[in-house]
Design a protein around this ligand. Structure first.
Ligand code: MRU
Length: 361
């Protein structure tokens, strides 16, 4: 996608083949800065501190981190140690495990001398594949927006968190069909949940929709139910960090409440996902998906821009009060109208997923 007229992916390599560059998402929307990552340690830190975030981008970045770990030490012991070290950076998004598993299986059969080059090359392929996957999700989801059109009316779409190109390598998952609809001349407008506590909606989704010229309005997280009650939402579409074999979806905290509101108001609730987000090893998302708990400081403090342009972080809490910060929640499959994947659209059921992925049957 484009920023100020220039095409960007969220992650790219240096010509020297030594470092990668990423967009520092902790600085958006106030500053567009890119940072080099040159070691497995700096990659891990970038994932933990959410310089990079979003399930597919976490996986792609971790793949490069694994390659860098092989440059640092390509021994058998480090194939295991680096896997574990990177795996622990963010526990919920399963793309991380998917990418590390993919690389580890390849590294295991190579000699130490071959490992770095093979891992680096595969990390690049993972990035390219993610772009193609997200484009396919966009094409699969576009008809859902086309059919939601009413003569002379704008299609109002609600989304939560950031499942756009900033969360992936390009295009995005939930936002890919929206970009394609907008580019096809369909009048769309996006209700963007601000997505407390880190405000990925207000900071990132609004930023990238604005950069692409897609009409949107940021709303407090509590507003969606009211809008749905009043017929102001035609459909919801969100991303997911982990999808179980029966179609439960784990996504940014607050997604579940939006799904409940959508169900109560007969608003279609779609979840867009790359196949790399499906965890075929589990069924019951509520019981089996580990939910990342992040620092209470993300709840107690907010960062914003002062009138002079400088950034400031302020404490918004009553002194002494405790805060709790679960980063994700699970929406049970029965609240999901359909899953939008890179293989097409299916029911959020075990049968629906197996229909698209028969090799998993
Ligand atoms: O904590 P984050 O910002 O990594 O959470 C991101 C989300 O919850 C996205 O909606 C999710 O990764 C799906 S995105 C393609």
């Amino acid at each position: 996608m484009k920023i100020h007229g220039q095409y960007y992916r969220t992650i790219w390599t240096d010509a020297d083949g030594v470092s990668i560059h990423v967009i520092d998402q902790t600085k958006l929307p106030h500053a567009f800065e890119t940072v080099p990552l040159t070691s497995s340690q700096t990659v891990a830190e970038a994932i933990v501190t959410m310089v990079v975030r979003g399930a597919p981008l976490i996986g792609a970045t971790a793949a490069y981190g694994y390659a860098m770990a092989m440059r640092e030490d390509s021994s058998d012991a480090n194939v295991d140690a680096a896997y574990q070290f990177l795996f622990e950076t963010r526990p919920t998004a399963v793309n991380l495990r998917w990418a590390l598993d993919d690389l580890k299986a390849r590294l295991a059969v190579l000699s130490p001398a071959e490992r770095f080059a093979a891992a680096w090359q595969r990390a690049g392929q993972i990035c390219d594949e993610d772009v193609a996957i997200c484009e396919a999700i966009g094409k699969a989801g576009l008809p859902l927006i086309e059919t939601a059109q009413k003569p002379g009316k704008t299609v109002n779409i609600l989304t939560h968190c950031n499942a756009g190109w900033l969360a992936c390598v390009d295009w995005g998952t939930a936002l890919a069909p929206i970009y394609m609809a907008h580019d096809a001349g369909i009048a769309v407008h996006v209700w963007v949940d601000e997505t407390r506590p880190r405000n990925q909606g207000a900071s990132l989704t609004a930023y990238e929709l604005g950069a692409h010229g897609v009409p949107h309005t940021v709303i407090p997280d509590n507003t969606g139910g009211h809008l749905m009650q009043h017929g102001m939402v035609d459909l919801c579409i969100v991303g997911t960090d982990r999808t179980t074999a029966r179609g439960d979806v784990c996504n940014k905290i607050g997604t579940y409440l939006k799904a409940l509101a959508a169900h109560a108001n007969n608003v279609p609730f779609y979840v867009a996902l790359p196949h790399t987000t499906i965890d075929w090893t589990i069924e019951d998302g509520v019981r089996e998906i580990p939910i990342e708990e992040r620092s209470a400081r993300e709840v107690t403090h907010m960062t914003g821009r002062l009138p002079d342009g400088t950034l400031a972080t302020v404490d918004i809490m009553a002194p002494g009060s405790k805060a709790l910060n679960y980063a994700f929640d699970v929406t049970p499959a029965h609240l999901v109208t359909a899953l939008v994947t890179d293989r097409g659209v299916c029911a959020a059921t075990a049968e629906g997923l197996k229909g698209l992925f028969p090799e998993r049957g």
